[in-house]
Design a binder for this molecule. Structure first.
Ligand code: FES
Length: 61
């Protein structure tokens, strides 16, 4: 749902660098120990939890 909303915002003219996504829903321990929030080489709790859409779209579950 979030991803589709972001795509629609970009379609309506917002820059991908001005659209931000919070991935805090993935977090569990919040201190980089459990690995629950890991996407590729990113830890949401350490590297985020808020990402620009341009960066977030490169993260694949
Ligand atoms: S929430 Fe546990 S490693 Fe990120």
């Amino acid at each position: 749902m979030i991803r589709f909303s972001m795509i629609e915002l970009v379609k309506r003219g917002l820059s991908e660098d001005n659209v931000w996504i919070s991935d805090s829903r993935r977090m569990s321990c919040g201190i980089g120990k459990c690995g629950h929030c890991r996407i590729n080489d990113k830890y949401v709790c350490i590297d985020g939890p808020v990402f620009k859409f341009s960066e977030h779209k490169t993260l694949i579950d």
